[in-house]
Design a protein around this ligand. Structure first.
Ligand SMILES: Nc1ncnc2c1ncn2[C@@H]1O[C@H](COP(=O)(O)OP(=O)(O)OP(=O)(O)O)[C@@H](O)[C@H]1O
Ligand SMILES: [Mg+2]
Length: 497
């Protein structure tokens, strides 16, 4: 077993009565990448958190580098050669990159933190990874994708033997993904092993040597990537084969409804002279490379960003929202891409998170009514097929993808007239994506106007009526979905680079 770095034997774990991992057996080879796939809530993150010392396993063994190991904390895991990049970033946003890199292991000299050494080491680390990051930057001022890259660099800096990457590319730009893959390939050659968790098939096939599939806490299959294919993986994940990835887009858009005219924003990154019209009952896609300004556009419409010039009209009536509350009062809704910062109350239950933006609808005689709130939460759990024990569970107890479903559900409860969706299916598994697509199409058929940002080409081509492509904060073109193709979208997204 010389070439094996980690053996997982008969691993089981329950949260209360919920058996989340059930007798898992798995081996990770030295210098290789093992992909881990499975539906939302299948147990992927939990399995790796047991190894990493965040959760205590109930049964089974980890044999790491030939020895039975049972890390009691992430600190112990890190010190012994296991690092993990988490699905949900957990960084001190008001501190610098350097602080975040060395948190919990500040180098000291004569009892005093050695700032100079920290800075030097940080610069060395980024240079060795060929990354362009200023270590003195405050995290909050960086984009999500840069913050994610810092987290990856941090994992690498521990000289770990195993690095677990839990959906590491969810907000990386295409170029950063390629950089990550080249880092992974370099470290592989040095004998580092990876567990790579992702819902993105193309990544799994590009970077993984082997792939394992979990379903409902059980290990369903492990195969060399070369010997399997997408259909086999999907069937293993969902327990049946999905004949279609997208439902029929059979809505009929009406008249022009939302009009954006010559919109520019005031602060960086500045949007320049954006104009387009969206019809009532239309699904309007916004495509572009990460950083092209799509999220900023949605935020400007929603009253979060300061508009410098231009106008927004709904049904011919001028709107200029001063806040998101103002936008919500006019029946707009926005699902943000960064749920942890903007969308979620982590210390509260699924029920609370479902009703919070819509409290007035759950009042009876002026008082909040528990039954109505519970009904709402259960309605959305059912509609979104959220995997949970009950609506009284804390939202943080859900898997990443299931948290996203709760956030979408809460906006569904508001029945918005204009629905802005920013990467709504990020982190959501293939089966559940289909359900969300169906809901979007159904809403459009009810006459709702939908703007959806997606970086996934097949998705934007699969569920929209028209697509606006943004390039470097400008509008590069608008195309009819059934008349366009991947090449045209790519060409437009590079128009102003
Ligand atoms: N701290 C916790 N307390 C209670 N239940 C939990 C906790 N963490 C996870 N679970 C439950 O364990 C199950 C597996 O969750 P896990 O996060 O491992 O899923 P996952 O495969 O990573 O899914 P995703 O693709 O959505 O990230 C879920 O049903 C979840 O609700
Ligand atoms: Mg997970």
């Amino acid at each position: 077993m010389d070439n094996v770095i980690l053996e997982i034997k008969n691993l089981s774990k329950s949260f209360a009565k919920n058996k989340v991992l059930d007798g898992i057996n798995l081996t990770l080879k030295k210098g290789s990448v093992l992909g881990l796939m499975g539906e939302n809530g299948a147990g992927k993150s939990t399995m790796m958190k047991c190894l990493f010392g965040i959760y205590a396993k109930d049964e089974g063994q980890f044999i790491f580098d030939g020895k039975i190991t049972n890390f009691k904390s992430p600190k112990e895991a890190l010190e012994n050669g296991v690092a993990m990049v988490h699905q949900e970033l957990n960084q001190c946003l008001d501190r610098t990159v350097t602080d975040n890199l060395f948190l919990g292991r500040y180098p000291t000299r004569a009892g005093i933190i050695d700032e100079a050494k920290m800075l030097k080491d940080a610069n060395k680390l980024f240079a060795s990874l060929n990354m362009n990051v200023n270590p003195s930057t405050i995290m909050r001022t960086m984009s999500v994708s840069q913050r994610q890259m810092v987290e990856i660099a941090k994992a690498v800096s521990y000289d770990a033997k195993i690095i677990v990457l839990d959906e590491p590319t969810s907000s990386l730009t295409e170029r950063e993904v390629q950089k990550l893959f080249s880092i992974v390939n370099d470290l592989k050659k040095k004998g580092v092993s990876f567990v790579y968790i992702s819902h993105k098939m193309d990544e799994i096939f590009e970077i993984c040597d082997e792939v394992s599939v979990l379903r409902d806490g059980k290990l369903i299959m492990t195969k060399p990537t070369k010997e399997t294919n997408m259909n086999e993986l999907i069937a293993a994940m969902v327990g049946r084969s999905l004949d279609k990835r997208f439902p029929d887009v059979d809505n009929t858009p009406g008249d022009d409804y939302l009009e954006i005219d010559d919109l520019s924003t005031k602060f960086e990154p500045q949007l320049e002279n954006i104009s387009f019209k969206v019809k009532k009952g239309e699904i309007f896609g916004l495509y572009g490379l990460v950083g092209a300004g799509r999220s900023e556009l949605l935020e400007s419409i929603f009253g979060i960003r300061t508009i410098a010039s231009g106008s927004i009209k709904v049904n011919g009536k001028k709107m200029r929202f001063k806040s998101s509350k103002d936008a919500m009062d006019h029946d707009f809704a926005l699902v943000t891409e960064e749920r942890k910062l903007n969308g979620m109350f982590g210390k509260d239950t699924i029920r609370f998170n479902t009703v919070i933006t819509n409290l007035n609808s759950y009042k009876k005689n002026g008082m909040l009514n528990n039954i109505l709130m519970e009904e709402a939460a259960n309605r959305q759990i059912k509609q979104m097929k959220t995997k949970c024990v009950s609506c009284d569970e804390l939202i943080t107890a859900l898997s990443g993808g299931n948290q996203q479903k709760v956030i979408i559900g809460k906006w569904m409860e508001r029945q918005p007239d204009i629905f802005l969706l920013d990467e709504p299916t990020r982190g959501i598994d293939v089966g559940a994506k289909y359900e969300i697509y169906q809901l979007i199409i159904q809403m459009a058929k009810q006459g709702k106007t939908i703007l959806v940002v997606s970086s996934e080409m097949p998705e934007i081509l699969g569920i929209t009526n028209r697509i606006a492509v943004m390039s470097n904060h400008r509008l590069a073109g608008i195309v009819n979905t059934h008349e366009t193709n991947q090449e045209e979208l790519l060409r437009l997204s590079a128009k102003y680079l």
